[in-house]
Design a protein around this ligand. Structure first.
Ligand code: K2U
Ligand code: ZN
Length: 178
């Protein structure tokens, strides 16, 4: 398996619209496995293919404490949603930022599993929020889109400053140029 690079906001590729997979074949299964490895390594509980620059409707999740209950969803669709609940969210593509977002308390989801067979599941609580968060990614939507423009601007500036500080010395502008 391979760890994949996770795109960071405001990378425009995070806005790509993912397309349905035609078949859960060996290539899609490898993508699912690589996404899961990447998610665990990044201490996440969900990951969408658009976050690793693959515009396919594939998400992986694992909200278990022991990190041993992975879920693989291809072409996920929300069949029904009920209730409303605010919860603080984070995102591996918006590191270090946590903000409250209002989402449905419970969703019924239909998808293809890693075996290519269709299944349905009812997701609530953290799993329900995570499924909705990941499905937004497949439509190029980020949780920061639910915040005010001012907050988004502040987040963009903070992340760009942190990226500059993280950049290796050879990529930083020489002091004489500052
Ligand atoms: O999409 C992602 O970047 C994965 C998120 C999924 C998520 C977002 C909001 C609420 C729950 C899950 C990451 O897992 S963010 C890190 C994280 C980890 C545990 C709980 C909440 C957030
Ligand atoms: Zn996210």
């Amino acid at each position: 398996m391979t760890q994949l690079a996770i795109l960071e906001y405001p990378d425009p590729r995070l806005r790509n619209q993912a397309v349905r997979v035609e078949k859960v074949d060996a290539a899609v299964r490898k993508l699912m496995d690589d996404m899961l490895e990447t998610m665990y390594a990044s201490k996440g509980i969900g990951l969408a293919a658009t976050q690793v620059n693959v515009a396919l409707r594939v998400i992986v999740l694992d909200v278990s404490e022991a990190k041993d209950q992975p879920l693989y969803l291809a072409n996920p669709e929300i069949l029904s949603a009920a209730g409303k609940t605010p919860r603080e969210e984070g995102c591996l593509s918006v590191p270090g930022i946590y903000e409250k977002v209002q989402r449905a308390e419970q969703v019924v989801v239909r998808a293809l599993g890693r075996d290519g067979k269709p299944f349905e599941m009812t997701a609530q609580g953290l799993l329900g929020v995570c499924v909705q968060h990941e499905m937004d990614h497949l439509d190029g939507k980020l949780f920061v889109d639910y915040l005010s423009e001012l907050k988004r601007q502040l987040i963009r500036r903070r992340l760009q400053k942190e990226r500059k500080q993280r950049a290796p010395a050879e990529q930083r502008a020489p002091l004489s140029a500052l």
